[in-house]
Write a protein that binds this ligand. Sequence first.
Ligand code: PNS
Length: 173
Amino acid sequence: MSIAVCPGSFDPITLGHLDIVRRARRMFDVVVVGVARNAAKNALLGPEERVGLARAALAADPATADVRVEVVPGLLVDFCREVGAVAVVKGLRGGADFDAELPMALMNRHLTGGSTGLETVFVPGDQRFAHVASSLVKDVARHGGPVDDLVPPGVADAVRAALGGGAGARSRG
Ligand code: PNS
């Protein structure tokens, strides 16, 4: 049985993330979405809220209904060892993603002693979502723009609430 982890900040989960998890699930018997902390980013949503939104979105699609969602409490490689993963799956929207992801993949390989037991698999995302990033979703929402068609149901409301709620999100500096 092959197990893969799809890690990320998921702050919030987007339609682009769902596309990658769906593709990962077609390649691996078991997929675990790992909601982790990116030290380079300040999260808008708390980890439990990010987990809840991801769980609801994945459960709503029969293709991903059996995907687990868990918080990654520390290093991703430790989490992967605990769940028995043989692969980390990350989506690529373009070259900038690859440039950001390659050092992380190599660091994770370094942390596993260079073993071949855990490989990072890069999956090109659907081009329809090439412009969809959690950071842009938050920025558009912060300025009162529409983001409902970029994220699963319920996520846009959660983002707006976290930003201060509805029209209030528009007036935040
Ligand atoms: O969605 P992101 O922000 O691109 O995902 C990056 C993430 C959260 C997967 C990465 O920062 C991570 O793995 N964090 C967990 C802590 C860890 O293992 N850090 C070393 C990564 S090389």
